[in-house]
Design a protein around this ligand. Sequence first.
Ligand code: GLU
Length: 233
Amino acid sequence: MRKNVWLVLALMLVVLVACSSATPVPTKSALPQAPAGTGLRKVQDRGKLVVGTRSDTPTFCYLNPQTNQLEGFDVALAKEIANYIFGDPSKVEFKIITSAQRIPQLKEGVIDLAIATMTINEERLKEIDFSVVYYVAGQRILVPQASTIKGLTDLDNKKVGAARGTTSATNLKQMTKAQVVEFDTWAAAAQALVAGQLDAVSTDDIILYGFQLAYPGTKVVGSQFSYEPYGVG
Ligand code: GLU
């Protein structure tokens, strides 16, 4: 299992800086060379951090069609970690991955870090390490404006979309009698909802709020029914 003590320190700094100032974060001094054989040294020798993220999760990691740039909280976090390591926030290469690819790509070493609205849980901790928690979301439900669905108990026998390999899909299977329809991406699930192929989509509320903004014909309903602490995997 990878040990990323340096990452925890980096994230603490990120949180402190984010809380203390609304102005752009200045570049930092690069970290001194880490001992040979460590993960950090591999990243330093390569000269860039390789981060797995997504392009379809509004608010945290999405491709802004107007600028054609990746944007969001997770994207900013990746740049700040590169800033901490190299003294240069641009020294990060993003690889666009699906939710289900996060753990395999980390284990195969294709990416150094996954920063993609990733929930920390015991099952995942058996396979990978996480940073400290940097955001806490809760699972809720997105429905068409005209829907009568108001919460979890209304989902039984309904078609509910979720991305594969996520805690959201697992929670729906364990907590409801919904027909869970799985997609590679959250965007595909949201588009299927808007196209009338689903009754609801359910995942972390902060992601659903992004889709609600993107698709005004939808609304977020119900109370949070699971605790989803995000960490860098
Ligand atoms: N946070 C949940 C997870 O890690 C669902 C959202 C996502 O796909 O990131 O599985």
